[in-house]
Design a protein around this ligand. Structure first.
Ligand SMILES: *Cc1c(COP(=O)(O)O)cnc(C)c1O
Length: 424
């Protein structure tokens, strides 16, 4: 048989174009996806897998949803990129601003990393300050300044950050534990008037799933304002995924700069940053903060994004929340019945899983979870046709295509896989 992974490793570093795809932390070799159908992936070797990764949360309607496929096909027939303004960019910016009260203006880019990079430059340009405060385990893409104590693939690989990031690039980045108010205050006190931005995933979803403690986001809002720093919410996962107005809608806390991606692009390369006009107008061509992109606001990506946002109703979020609840309570019960100490947290429509006796509130606790047990469970599930994230530090994304039967089958598989883990 055609060994795609062997061919991939010859021509692509590690055989993958994003590290966590390589299965490094769970062992074994990755499968190659031939196509997606709703809640399922069909692999190149003909397996049909129930998929809880859903392109890392991007596919909220499920794979190859007809609304998205038709929108992209129609857009493609009209040309794929022009380098001029197009109607759908305006419509997508209006759609985001209509839904997020703190957002008056929007700049479209092509990836979450690019949006975070631009947000950092914008915050520094707007405030004339250099320092950034970030939280250990929060991931904001692979830009140098924030690639320190990041979650996601960085957590998976157990690297402190990355080679090639100079001490200078992170010299102005201060990292404190998530949910730790004292550490935030200590950092702000140590550097009075120096912080350009406090950046946070309002629900942390790249160190496994770690919700904010009650009042934590309100606290950050208050402290950022008092310090004169911008509060940046990285809603690349939470935006349009945990509710129609993302985390800001759910927690009623307004950010100064909001970052979106994943769901916003409907599975195509698109991301955005947005905020009040007074902040966003610092960007070129109005302001002095330069930012640009050949494929920014790409016609196919805006078509997909508008199709997805147009298809999502408030009822859909209630339904996703119900499915996430069934999934997490079922998983927790299956693991407990097998005598395994585990946590299956839920935040709105997002589901998490930690092999650990106590709830996780920060990165240090997440890292103390049993990653080897997760790896055994992951393979037990994959052998039974259920694909979870290939890392203990990610989130599960039930989509609108996951039926009650799909979730019931997942829990049956989990009960069997858990017994195997317990026996190992
Ligand atoms: C995925 C992600 C990013 C990076 O987005 P890319 O499109 O992969 O560059 C940034 N922040 C968060 C919270 C993410 O989950």
């Amino acid at each position: 048989m055609d060994d795609l992974f062997a061919r991939a490793r010859r021509r692509i570093p590690g055989g993958v174009n994003s590290p966590v795809r390589a299965f490094g932390s769970v062992g074994g070799e990755p499968f190659f996806t031939a196509r997606g159908e709703g809640a399922h992936l069909v692999t190149e070797d003909g397996r049909r897998l129930l998929d809880y990764v859903q392109s890392w949360g991007a596919s909220i309607l499920g794979h190859a949803h007809p609304v998205v496929v038709e929108a992209v096909q129609r857009a493609a027939a009209d040309g794929t990129s022009f380098g001029t303004p197009t109607r759908r960019e305006v419509e997508l910016a209006e759609t985001v601003a209509d839904r997020i009260p703190s957002v008056e203006k929007v700049r479209l880019v092509s990836s979450g990393t690019e949006a975070a990079m631009t947000a950092v430059r914008l915050a520094r340009g707007a405030t004339g300050r250099a320092k950034l405060l970030k939280f250990a385990g929060c991931y904001h893409g692979h830009l140098d300044a924030l690639l320190v104590a990041a979650g996601s693939g960085v957590a998976t690989l157990g690297l402190p950050g990355s080679a090639g990031v100079t001490p200078g690039a992170v010299a102005d980045t201060v990292v404190v534990p998530f949910n730790d108010r004292k550490a935030v205050d200590a950092a702000l006190d140590r550097h009075p008037g120096e912080f350009a931005a406090l950046l946070v995933e309002p629900v942390a979803a790249n160190m496994g799933l770690v919700p904010p403690a009650p009042g934590f986001l309100e606290f950050l809002r208050e402290r950022a304002t008092a310090h004169g720093a911008l509060l940046v919410f990285d809603e690349v996962i939470t935006g349009f995924r945990i509710g129609p107005a993302g985390a800001q809608g759910r927690f009623a806390v307004a950010a100064d700069v909001s970052i979106y991606g994943k769901v916003l692009g409907g599975g195509l390369p698109l991301a955005a940053l947005g905020g009040p006009a007074a902040v966003m107008d610092e960007l070129a061509p109005l302001g002095p903060v330069y930012q640009a992109g050949t494929l920014s606001g790409n016609p196919l990506a805006t078509a997909a994004g508008l199709a997805v946002l147009g298809a999502l109703t408030d009822d859909h979020y209630a339904e996703l929340e119900r499915r996430a609840t069934t999934l997490t309570t079922g998983l927790a019960a299956a693991l407990a019945d097998a005598g395994i100490a585990a946590q299956a947290p839920r935040a709105f429509t997002l589901a998490g899983l930690f092999f650990r006796p106590d709830p996780v509130t920060d990165y240090a606790e997440a890292q103390a979870a049993d990653a080897a047990a997760y790896a055994r469970f992951f393979h037990g599930m994959l052998d039974r046709g259920v694909y979870l994230a290939p890392s203990a530090f990610e989130t599960m994304f039930p989509s609108l295509a996951h039926t009650d039967d799909d979730i019931a089958r997942t829990i049956e598989c989990a009960a069997e896989a858990a017994r195997d883990v317990a026996r190992a």
